[in-house]
Design a protein around this ligand. Structure first.
Ligand code: CP3
Length: 339
C-alpha cells in the first residue's frame, strides 16, 4: 500500500474495501449488538479495534481502516446525534451562522480520545504488512449532515445557506477545517500510516461552487497536516466530482484519489493517474452480484489501471446485503493476479 502511494507500479495492486467492516459480516452484527448503540461501539477502543480486524481475519486485505464514523466530529463539537434503526444518522440541524454558537471546539479531543486509543491499539496489533488507514469526512460532506439533520436527497437547506449567506456558511466550514485537521493529526500521531478524506456528497454541488466548498477546504487540511508531517500520504475521495477531479488533484496536493463507480477508466488512466495514485473503482453492487461478471470487471479494472500506480477498491462502500463469500472471491481474484 505504501509503495503504491509512492507511485510505484506493482505486479498486483494492494487492495482494501471502503466500509470493509460492517453489517455484511455476522461477526460485526454480533459485536454491534453487544456494544449497545453504534456510537458506543465507535467510542469503545477494544470493540472498535475488534471490528476493524474482523474483515482481515477472513480476507487478507493489504490495509485496515479504522472503525469510526465521519459524524463523530459533529458529536464532539456538541451537536446532538443519534443513529436510528432503518433511518441512519439524525442530528439537531444547524441552519444559520447564529446557530453555530451552540458548537464548540472545547471538548473535541476529550470526546474523540477513544478513537485515538483505537488507532494506538491497532498500530500494535496489525501485522507490519497491513497498512493502517485513518479517516475523516471532508468539511462539505460533514456539513450536509449537520445542516440537513440527516441524509438528504436534494440538499435544499444547505444549498439555500451557501447561496444566501456564503460568509456565514464559511464559518461552519472553517470550524470543520480546524476540527478535522486536529482530528487527523491526532490519528497520525497515534499511528495511522495513511489518511483518507471522504467527500461523499461532493457531486451534488454545481461546478461554480465546487472549488470553494470541496477543493479549498481539503487543500487547507492537507497543507496543515503536511506542515507537521511533510509528504504524509493522503487519499481524497470527492465522490461524483466528474471532470472537476483534475482540478481537485492539482490543487489539493492529495497523494491519491479514490475513483467513484462512474469515473471512466480510460479517462482516469490518461488524465489522473499520471499525477497521483488512483484507487477504485468496482461497483459495490457487482460485489452483491458476484460470479463471473464481477471477476471479468475486476480483471478489466486491473488491466486498464495496471500500467500505473493503483490501489484496488470499490467505487463506494460495501452495502449490507453483500454475501461475504463474494468478498472472498474478490480477494482470491486479486491475490491470483499478476500483471
Ligand atoms: O470503512 C470502514 O469499514 C470503516 C468504518 C466507517 C463507517 N462509516 C462505519 C459505519 C467509515 C469509513 C464510514 C464513513 C462514512 N460514514 C461516510 C463516508 C463514506 C461513505 O460510505 O459514503 C458517511 C457518509 C458516513 C455517515 C453514515 N454513517 C451514514 C449515512 C450511516 C448510516 C447508513 C449506513 O450506510 O449504514 C452511518 C452508519 C455506519 N457507519 C455504519 C457503519 C458500519 C452502520 C451502523 C450500524 O451498524 O448500524
Amino acid at each position: 500500500m505504501i509503495r503504491a502511494l509512492k507511485k510505484e507500479t506493482l505486479d498486483r495492486p494492494p487492495f482494501w474495501l471502503m466500509r470493509q467492516a460492517g453489517r455484511y459480516l455476522p461477526e460485526y452484527r454480533e459485536t454491534r449488538a453487544n456494544a449497545g448503540s453504534f456510537l458506543d461501539l465507535c467510542y469503545n477502543p477494544k470493540l472498535a479495534e475488534e471490528v476493524t480486524l474482523q474483515p482481515l481475519r477472513r480476507y487478507n486485505m493489504d490495509a485496515a481502516i479504522l472503525f469510526a464514523d465521519i459524524l463523530l466530529i459533529p458529536d464532539a463539537l456538541g451537536q446532538p446525534l443519534a443513529y436510528k434503526e432503518g433511518e441512519g444518522p439524525v442530528l439537531d440541524a444547524v441552519r444559520s451562522a447564529k446557530e453555530l454558537a451552540s458548537l464548540s471546539l472545547d471538548n473535541l479531543h476529550s470526546v474523540l480520545n477513544p478513537v485515538y486509543e483505537t488507532v494506538d491499539r491497532l498500530s500494535s496489533s496489525l501485522p507490519e504488512s497491513c497498512t493502517l488507514i485513518g479517516f475523516a469526512g471532508a468539511p462539505w460532506t460533514v456539513a450536509t449532515y449537520m445542516v440537513e439533520g440527516r441524509g438528504s436527497k436534494d440538499y435544499v437547506n444547505i444549498k439555500k445557506w451557501i447561496y444566501s449567506d456564503p460568509d456565514g456558511f464559511q464559518q461552519l466550514i472553517d470550524l470543520l477545517i480546524i476540527s478535522t485537521t486536529e482530528y487527523l493529526l491526532k490519528q497520525i500521531e497515534a499511528g495511522a500510516e495513511v489518511v483518507q478524506i471522504f467527500d461523499t456528497w461532493a457531486g451534488v454541488l454545481p461546478d461554480e461552487e465546487f472549488a470553494k466548498w470541496v477543493t479549498d477546504p481539503t487543500a487547507k487540511i492537507i497543507t496543515a497536516i503536511r506542515a507537521r508531517h511533510p509528504d504524509f500520504p493522503i487519499i481524497g475521495f470527492p465522490k461524483g466530482a466528474g471532470g472537476n477531479l483534475s482540478q481537485f488533484v492539482k490543487e489539493t496536493g492529495v497523494t491519491a484519489v479514490s475513483l467513484d463507480t462512474a469515473a471512466p477508466l480510460e479517462w482516469a488512466k490518461t488524465e489522473i493517474q499520471p499525477h497521483v495514485t488512483v484507487q477504485g473503482n468496482l461497483d459495490p453492487i457487482l460485489l452483491v452480484t458476484g460470479g463471473q461478471k464481477m471477476v471479468d470487471r475486476i480483471h478489466h479494472i486491473l488491466e486498464t489501471l495496471g500500467s500505473g500506480s493503483h490501489i484496488f477498491n470499490l467505487g463506494h462502500g460495501i452495502i449490507p446485503q453483500t454475501p461475504p463469500e463474494n468478498v472472498g472471491l474478490l480477494a482470491d481474484t486479486l491475490h491470483n493476479w499478476k500483471q
